[in-house]
Design a protein around this ligand. Sequence first.
Ligand code: SF4
Length: 284
Amino acid sequence: MANTKFVEYFEKKVRKTIRKYKLFTKKDKIAVAVSGGKDSTVCLYILKKLGYDLEAITIDANIGNYTKTNLENIKKVCKKYKIKLHVISFREEFGTSLCYMQSILKSKGHDYASCKLCGILKRYLLNKYSKKLKFDFLATGHNLDDEAQTFLMNAFRNDTKRLGRQGPISGITKSKDFVQRVKPLYLLSEEEVKRYSKILKFPVNYEICPCSVNAYRREFINILNLFEEKHPDVKYNLLKFHEFIAEKVKPKKAVKIELCKTCGEPASNDTCKTCQILDELKKK
Ligand code: SF4
């Protein structure tokens, strides 16, 4: 497909995704979670181009040059397209970087994988600031590959709770305590997002995060890419299969969101994961 046709196809598919899954409307105020990588940059650019009311939020995990470059890149994009950017950093919020927290936790007997620790803390900050800044939705750059991988990972763990929460609108129920996450690139593959980003010449870093080299997810990325080479549509089929399963495992009634007794953020126990981690870091 020629580049101009591809760009048209790509943007049409994003519009279709927003409509089909009723992600949000032009009346909503949307926060776009950006990392400086291709997926979130593409998501931000398209939603802006489509005329949505949005601002960008980035969480800097302070992973050396990798996040430094990403931050510079996303600042350039936001400046060029006149988008307000909120920068929140691990150092300012938690007093230190991801790697340092990970090593302190490890010395205390808690062996968190980088992405797991990073994910918990980022989700916490994104929800906290999306609420504080009064956004209706939080859009992320997750694509079809991410969804297919997540589905397999949840299936491999027999994690039906997460299976039910996964999808184009993730998270549980609508609530003032929880800003729902929506995925406008849900039906587009990683390769398609990469191609779009390269055609538009976005200043993004195509290298993977140095902390994710040994991530559990990487094994699923490799497996699925291998299958997709031989059997096209494997990822899309997984996504559709997940949609079928999700309907069956989703709670039928609205779920009440429990709040952390320490910080007031959503939690599955008395204390949320982030507060448990911060408590652990403070212990002598
Ligand atoms: S790849 Fe993992 S460690 Fe790196 S920024 Fe993403 S979640 Fe954090």
